[in-house]
Design a protein around this ligand. Structure first.
Ligand code: HAM
Length: 421
């Protein structure tokens, strides 16, 4: 089977197995708990949506929608798409269930797999995981600051160093981003001959996208391009200033990134990315921004919002480069049997411990004493509980402290207390 490619995981996907899966779960738990502690309730939307949700929400001129979506026609002749991101689906769900008509803001947190058919490389997969939050209903720069601070604290808590890059990309109005688009398009036309071929088409369709280009000639042209920060309207400028003041007040460090435009069309005003080391070219460990126009694109009323999504695959890769990663999954007690003692007795004790909130494991392979002791050592358990040892006597167990090797006799009644001491 391993040699038959059609029976291995599809290109760009991977299996999450222990020990990595323990660290993975820990990181998700840290995030969801931290977001909940700031009022973000867990939410989950379907893995696939009607294709229009992304075409309209994310935008047809974006790479994600134009080139990367897993779109298929189902047996009912509907066009469906595996979600490439979570913001448009969350907004779709908010509108569909009228959450925006109840108390605002609606604060939601989520994690799960996303799908983009990109060329796989280090840190870039076709199925990847995001953890994110969305604060929907507030236009206040305070919401931007809250969201960004949470992301930075999350990274710090899991031990990953990231740099926050911050920009404003204005809003789609004549006196703001549209005016800037024209200024930029004029500049790009002047330098058309120097641009990489694939970027020339962008001038008309979406000139801002040229900032996302990885082509060296284009990157050189963009280094001299007019910057959006110099062209946004007064309101967007003052929103940005308030976000900066808020971040300063909370001691959140950032870098101004006037060339950061983000790859999804729903963004306006605040746009940000978190850049991590050890990832090569795929160094964005997360990103987000404000999307006050998204609800209208999805056929709803104007409902502002801001949020982020952090790429778990990249976070775990970067953490692995920094350190060997946290060891997890160790149980407190491994229950073994000696002599006459039966497996069922071990299962009874393990279950009793688990019910008391003490993590426990046992042999399910019918191993002899030696094999069980090896399994106990392999499991990384703190203690081995030995049932049926003659020297312990009836109603007593031997408890071996696996770190010191010390062995003690413990009365049945005292077992839980001994293991939690
Ligand atoms: P995004 O920048 O497209 O934003 O994705 C967020 C993060 O997902 C990226 O920074 C990266 O860490 C991870 N990511 C994206 N594509 C891949 C891939 N192919 N392989 C591995 N990781 C990847 C969004 O998706 C927005 N929905 C974020 C947002 C939430 N904005 C407002 N609210």
């Amino acid at each position: 089977m391993a040699n038959d490619p059609s029976l291995s995981a599809p290109r760009g996907t991977r299996d999450l197995l222990p020990p990595e899966s323990w660290a993975w779960q820990r990181v998700i738990r840290v995030g969801m708990d931290m977001f909940a502690a700031a009022g973000y309730a867990p939410a989950d939307t379907p893995v696939f949506e009607h294709t229009e949700v992304f075409e309209r929400g994310v935008g047809e001129t974006t790479e994600v929608v134009g080139k990367q979506m897993y779109t298929f026609i189902d047996r009912g002749d509907r066009s469906l798409t595996l979600r490439p991101e979570g913001t448009a689906p969350v907004m779709r769900a908010v509108l569909e269930h009228s959450l925006h008509r109840a108390a605002l803001p609606v604060k939601l947190a989520y994690f799960g797999p996303m799908f983009r058919q990109e060329r796989p490389q280090k840190g870039r997969y076709r199925q990847f995981w995001q953890i994110g939050i969305e604060a929907i209903g507030s236009e206040s720069p305070l919401a931007d600051v809250e969201v960004i601070e949470l992301a930075m604290r999350f990274y710090r808590t899991i031990g990953l160093e990231v740099k926050l890059q911050l920009n404003t990309i204005g809003h789609a109005a004549d006196d703001c981003r549209l005016r800037y688009s024209e200024v930029l398009a004029a500049y790009l036309r002047e330098h058309q001959a120097e641009l990489a071929g694939i970027d020339r088409e962008r001038i008309r369709a979406n000139p801002l996208r040229t900032f996302d280009s990885k082509e060296t000639p284009t990157v050189e042209v963009m280094a001299g391009a007019p910057l959006i920060t110099d062209h946004v309207c007064d309101e967007c400028r003052s929103h940005h200033a308030e976000v900066i003041a808020g971040l300063d007040a909370l001691g959140v460090e950032f870098e101004s990134a006037p060339r950061l435009v983000r790859g999804l069309d729903y963004y306006m005003r605040t746009a940000f990315e978190f850049v991590a080391g050890g990832l090569g070219s795929q160094n964005a460990a997360g990103g987000g921004g404000r999307y006050d126009g998204l609800a209208e694109l999805l056929g709803g009323p104007r409902v502002p919002g801001i949020g982020f999504a952090l790429g778990l695959d990249r976070i775990m890769l970067s953490l692995a480069e920094q350190e060997s990663g946290p060891q997890e999954g160790f149980v407190t007690a491994y229950v073994t049997t000696l002599g006459e003692a039966q497996g069922t007795a071990a299962l009874e004790i393990a279950t009793r411990l688990r019910r008391a909130g003490i993590s426990a494991d046992l042999d399910l392979m019918g191993r002899g004493m030696k094999g069980q002791m090896k399994a106990a050592a392999r499991s990384g358990a703190r203690f081995t509980v030995i049932l049926g040892a003659d020297e312990a006597g009836p109603g007593h167990f031997l408890v071996k402290d696996m770190t010191t090797g010390e062995q003690t006799t413990v009365d049945d009644q005292e077992l839980e207390r001994r293991l939690t001491r």
